[in-house]
Design a protein around this ligand. Structure first.
Ligand SMILES: Cc1cc2nc3c(=O)[nH]c(=O)nc-3n(C[C@H](O)[C@H](O)[C@H](O)COP(=O)(O)O)c2cc1C
Length: 174
C-alpha cells in the first residue's frame, strides 16, 4: 500500500472477525523492530499471545469494553526495559528519564500498527488494562514497564470517524 494511503487507512478497529496469521505476525514484529531507538538500544519488548488458553487469561486483564473490542484478535503486550534508554553511568541524562524508553516503545508500536495495516490487518492499542495481572499471566520481569496491549486481526466492524485537529492548533512554524 502506498504510504499516504496506509497512514490514512490505519484506524483503531473495535470489532474483529479473526486473529492475525502467525507467519504474518512474525513479519509484522520484525518490521516493527526497524523503528529508531535511543543509541539503538532496542529496549522495546513484545509478548505475542495467540493461543486460546493464554488469550483467555490475558483478556481478564482488560476492562469489559476492551475485551469486547478485541474479541477474536491476537493480543500483543508491549513493554520496555527500564533504566537503560535515557540513562548514563550517573543516572538519567535529562529530566525525561524513563520517558525516553516509553518514547522508543511508542515509535516501535507506531511501526507495528502500520506494518500490520500493510499486511492487511487492523489493530487497537489499549492503554486501559491491568498491568499487574498481565505481568503475572505472562511472567513479565519487574525491570520491564508494561505499556500497551495491541489487538491484531481482521476487521468485522468499520471504525467511526475520528477527525484530527487543524494543524494550526497543534503546530507552530518559525
Ligand atoms: C496510548 C493509547 C492508548 C489507547 N487506549 C485505548 C483503549 O484502552 N481503548 C480503546 O478503545 N482505544 C484506545 N486507544 C485508541 C484511541 O482512542 C484512538 O487511537 C484515537 O481515538 C484515534 O482514532 P484512530 O486510531 O482510529 O485514528 C488508545 C490509543 C493510544 C495511542
Amino acid at each position: 500500500m502506498e504510504f499516504k494511503e496506509l497512514i490514512r487507512a490505519r484506524r483503531s478497529v473495535r470489532g474483529y472477525e479473526s486473529a492475525v496469521d502467525h507467519g504474518d505476525l512474525v513479519a509484522i514484529l520484525r518490521e516493527a523492530q526497524q523503528a529508531p531507538s535511543w543509541k539503538n538500544q532496542q529496549t522495546s519488548r513484545c509478548y505475542a499471545v495467540e493461543s486460546p488458553e493464554v488469550l483467555g487469561k490475558l483478556r481478564g486483564a482488560l476492562p469489559a469494553f476492551n475485551q469486547n473490542s478485541s474479541a477474536n484478535a491476537a493480543l500483543v503486550v508491549t513493554t520496555y526495559v527500564k533504566d537503560i534508554v535515557g540513562f548514563g553511568t550517573d543516572g538519567p541524562v535529562n529530566e525525561i528519564g524513563n520517558g525516553w524508553g516509553a518514547y522508543d516503545l511508542g515509535l516501535h508500536d507506531a511501526y507495528l500498527i502500520l506494518a500490520a495495516k500493510d499486511h492487511g490487518y487492523d489493530t487497537l492499542i489499549m492503554g486501559i488494562r491491568d498491568a499487574s495481572l498481565i505481568r503475572e499471566t505472562l511472567g513479565i520481569p519487574e525491570n520491564e514497564e508494561i505499556m500497551s496491549v495491541i489487538a491484531v486481526g481482521t476487521r468485522r466492524t468499520e471504525p467511526s470517524e475520528r477527525p484530527r485537529k487543524e494543524l494550526d492548533e497543534v503546530a507552530r512554524f518559525f
